[in-house]
Design a protein around this ligand. Structure first.
Ligand code: CA
Length: 222
């Protein structure tokens, strides 16, 4: 049986969705604010989350972004008001699998829920990122370079390499790397990015991180 978390603060809509899902054999729980939604979703006890964007506390975008940052891979279908579809599509970079605009018919939602559950069952979670002969195991946090060596990484080196491997061929600016790996409150004048790039090059082979002058760094695409 599939368990579905309905994160929706409007009681009327939450009840409508819950009733429909139960009638179709799903088990449900409702979270009426963002903090509860995040906590419930992180328990790992749900197969799918129906997530309203306009939630009290942290909004749906924040919940989604935090779930993905925490590597929760649960499928998420976002609910949004029709007049904010543009924001929603931008916000989906946060990792939603699908979205529905309100008002919607229950059958539409049900079809999407079923589709997402099928897709999730088929696609195993990605645990190894690759580019050519370079790979990074997200569970063991070890890299393997093209000469076959297994390389241990520090926590920051791991996050940095993961960032590069998720954007092969793309130039990443220093500020982008700083904010992703070290957070927004880091001194933008710091040369720490260059220091860590040097460390990665030393461990993996210099050709894996290219300098793009005046712009930043790039992992060559395979
Ligand atoms: Ca709402």
């Amino acid at each position: 049986m599939n368990r579905i978390l309905v994160a929706e603060d409007e009681e009327r809509i939450a009840a409508f969705v819950e009733k429909g899902l139960r009638a179709n054999g799903f088990t449900t729980a409702v979270a009426a604010d963002g903090d509860t939604a995040y906590d419930y979703a992180m328990t790992g006890g749900f197969d799918l989350v129906v997530l309203d964007i306009g939630l009290p506390g942290q909004d749906g975008f924040t919940v989604l972004r935090r779930l993905r940052e925490a590597r929760a891979s649960v499928p998420v279908i976002v609910l949004t008001a029709r007049d904010s579809v543009r924001d929603t599509v931008a916000g989906l970079e946060g990792g939603a699998d699908d979205y529905m605009t309100k008002p919607f018919r229950f059958e539409e939602l049900l079809a999407r829920v079923r589709l997402r559950l099928r897709t999730a069952a088929r696609a195993p979670e990605v645990t190894v990122l690759r580019s050519g002969e370079l790979s990074l195991d997200l569970r063991t946090r070890r890299a393997r370079s093209d000469d076959g060596r297994t390389v241990d990484l520090t926590a920051r080196e791991f996050v940095l390499l993961e960032l590069f491997l998720r954007h092969p061929g793309q130039v990443l600016a220093r500020e982008q790397i700083l904010s992703h790996v070290w957070g927004y409150d880091f001194d933008p004048g710091s040369n720490i990015v260059d220091v860590y790039v040097r460390a990665l090059r030393k461990k993996l082979g210099a050709h894996w991180v290219e300098t793009v002058r005046g712009m930043g760094y790039r992992l060559p695409s395979a």
